[in-house]
Design a protein around this ligand. Structure first.
Ligand code: SF4
Ligand code: SF4
Length: 132
């Protein structure tokens, strides 16, 4: 089973990085990392770290983060430049484990209307920094 396409209804924002929201539960690092991002939602607990999403993104919206101690892979693609996403859908279709769900936030989300990409309530500078 892949990412829950209705994570927006079934989870809540439980943490965040400088760049994006993290949705849980579950969220208990390092073994449960939740869903990272909103427009570019990536289920880190499904991701196997093959990098297909990073390779195919035309705008460099997804980059590596280190995830030591996670059972499926020690690094993963993450939507660290989510704001650049042009909603092409390439990453969603390339992911071998269906860990990615793309939503056009400009068009609204399940009737909730336009949603912010980043909840300013959560400030966790330095959490999951992208790999340089
Ligand atoms: S939908 Fe397209 S632009 Fe957006 S993150 Fe995926 S590959 Fe990149
Ligand atoms: S394509 Fe899927 S499994 Fe591969 S790194 Fe991206 S999210 Fe992870």
């Amino acid at each position: 089973m892949g990412i829950d396409p209705k994570f927006y209804d079934n989870r809540k924002i439980v943490a965040g990085t400088d760049a994006y929201n993290i949705w849980g539960p579950p969220y208990a690092p390092p073994t449960k990392l939740g869903i990272h991002g909103t427009q570019v939602a990536m289920d880190m607990d499904l991701c196997i770290g093959d990098g297909a999403c990073i390779d195919c993104c035309p705008v460099d919206a997804i980059r590596w983060i280190d995830t030591p101690g996670h059972p499926t892979s020690a690094r993963k693609g993450a939507p660290v430049n989510e704001v650049a996403c042009i909603v092409c859908g390439a990453c969603e279709t390339s992911c071998p484990v269906t860990a990615i769900h793309i939503t056009d936030l400009e068009a609204g989300y399940y009737g909730h209307g336009r949603q912010p990409r980043r909840d300013p309530t959560w400030r966790a500078e330095g959490a999951f920094p992208p790999v340089q």
